[in-house]
Design a protein around this ligand. Structure first.
Ligand SMILES: [Zn+2]
Length: 492
């Protein structure tokens, strides 16, 4: 009997062979899990360095390149102990066995090795053994193995980094459909068409261009897939003429705000962040944002230069939503909010031109918390609605939303994929605000005191831009972040 015949006829032998292969693959998966996100980051740094060189920011580009000079892929450099640099020898790399033999410690420096390595190897081996036993030596077995291994890698990478690298997901998606054509994991025909339509509908969504899987996840989160499937069942000719329907689907998936806790600034004349609005009990924007691709929340203290930074991102192609500007527009003459404000607070708070009298209102809400709450109740839902609309309609690969008082809210992180803080020295902050607003130094200081501290803001930041220098220095920081956000949006 040949080896193939043995494997075909003896389920247990096949399971054992699969299990052993699974252990070895598991060891390789550990490498993929550890290195693939780093490889992505290096790729982004390389792109950022190219862009910076075009901008004559040679010094910054050189630093970025220095960080990625060493070759780095799944095979090189050889694995070593992160503590002592000890090169891991072949016999120390036997799946599970080596870990047990070394009692979970580096052979050289005795630093503990994460339990995760043997666990990933064991899961990979056990799953592979089961798949071999369950499917026998068939194409279905091969497909199931690739699927299981990919999912293990994706799961752990997702837990670590919240990334689902396109390098794995996209081939897997299409490979899955191909394997299905020949193995019948799922009945051919209608169901597969539905799947295909779902995938395509998501991939050709307005925010496309590599964001397919992210769309898929968010669509799933919002139970849109059910609707897509229903739509697809009505039109079995899914692949032809799907376009219009997809657009319609787009529209029947309205933003549904759900949760509370957010703070907005009431924008004042000449763009001062007035610390007017506090917590509220209204549904908030971030729940809406969840369904809308990659969103970067940009915040910073008064006078830190949020708008300048936001505009630098926008000039490179990011979508820009400015809640300050929205608040300002909502309280312009003849806006619905004005009628509401008039009804609740009286005509004293509406200026001669029909817009909100900001000075009066500021005084009132500083003195009277219940007035503040009422004002928030009028403005917040409108600001959220408008922000959500702008984000939804953006065709940019990712959106930067400027929320001056992000950290003053109860749940700054909700709905944001990244939080970017614009930071600067307090003195620079003070002189900028005085220059543009004519407020006194004391007034500026009291506004700064009413916002969260600089330390607190920096603690909550994923990324920080330091705005103490000129525009070139700012751009040198913005470009690498922009490239990173593009990559995260694509692979998120
Ligand atoms: Zn070591």
């Amino acid at each position: 009997m040949s080896l193939i015949q043995v494997l075909q006829n003896q389920a247990v032998t096949l399971a054992v062979v699969c299990g052993l292969v699974g252990l070895i693959v598991g060891s390789f998966l550990n490498v993929v899990i550890h290195r693939l996100p780093k490889m992505l980051e290096r790729e982004w740094d390389g792109q950022a360095a190219d862009l910076l060189e075009q901008k004559d920011q040679v010094e910054v580009a050189r630093k970025l390149r220095a960080g990625i000079a060493q070759r780095y892929n799944l095979l090189t450099p050889a694995s070593n102990c992160p503590h002592c640099g000890h090169k891991i020898r072949a016999y120390e790399n036997i799946p599970v066995v080596s870990y047990l033999f070394l009692r979970g410690r580096c052979a050289s420096c005795k630093a503990p090795i994460s339990m995760r390595y043997p666990i990933v190897e064991a899961i990979s081996g056990i799953l592979a053994a089961y798949i071999g036993w369950r499917f026998g030596l068939t194409l279905a077995m091969a497909g199931a193995l690739v699927f299981a291994w990919s999912l293990i890698a994706l799961t752990v990478i997702d837990i670590d980094t919240q990334l689902l690298p396109d390098d794995i997901t996209l081939p897997l998606l299409w490979l899955g459909l191909l394997v299905n054509l020949n193995t019948g994991f799922t009945p051919l025909g209608r169901r597969l068409s539905v799947t295909l339509d779902g995938v395509l509908a998501v991939q050709t969504h307005h925010r496309q261009g590599g964001h397919g899987l992210r769309r898929f996840q968010t669509a799933w989160r919002h139970r849109c897939m059910a609707r897509m499937e229903a739509a697809a069942r009505r039109h079995i000719d899914v692949l032809a003429g799907g376009r219009n329907r997809r657009h319609r689907l787009d529209r029947i998936h309205p933003a549904r705000p759900q949760y509370a806790d957010s703070i907005w600034t009431l924008s004042c004349r000449r763009r001062i962040d007035c610390v007017v609005l506090g917590r509220n009990d209204q549904p908030d924007l971030s729940a809406v944002v969840l369904s809308m691709g990659f969103v970067v929340g940009l915040t910073g203290g008064i006078g830190s230069g949020k708008t300048t930074v936001a505009e630098l991102f926008a000039s490179r192609g990011a979508g820009l939503v400015d809640t300050d500007e929205i608040a300002h527009r909502l309280t312009a003459p003849a806006q619905p909010a004005i009628a509401e404000i008039m009804r609740r607070f009286g005509p004293r708070f509406v200026a001669a031109d029909g817009s909100l009298d900001r000075a009066q209102m500021r005084e009132l809400v500083f003195a009277d918390p219940s007035a503040r709450k009422d004002l928030e109740a009028i403005l917040h839902p409108l600001i959220r609605q408008e922000s959500a609309r702008q984000i939804r309609e953006s065709t940019a690969p990712y959106v930067v939303i400027v929320i001056p008082l992000l950290f003053e809210s109860g749940a700054p992180r909700r709905g944001m994929d990244r939080i970017l803080v614009v930071d600067c020295e307090p003195e620079a902050q003070i002189s900028r605000v005085i220059a543009r607003s004519g407020l006194s130094r004391d007034q500026v200081l009291s506004i700064i005191a009413s916002q969260v501290s600089r330390q607190e803001r920096l603690r909550g930041a994923d990324d920080v831009v330091h705005n103490d220098d000129d525009l070139d220095a700012l751009e040198a920081q913005v470009i690498p972040l922009h490239v990173r956000y593009l990559g995260l949006a694509k692979n998120g």
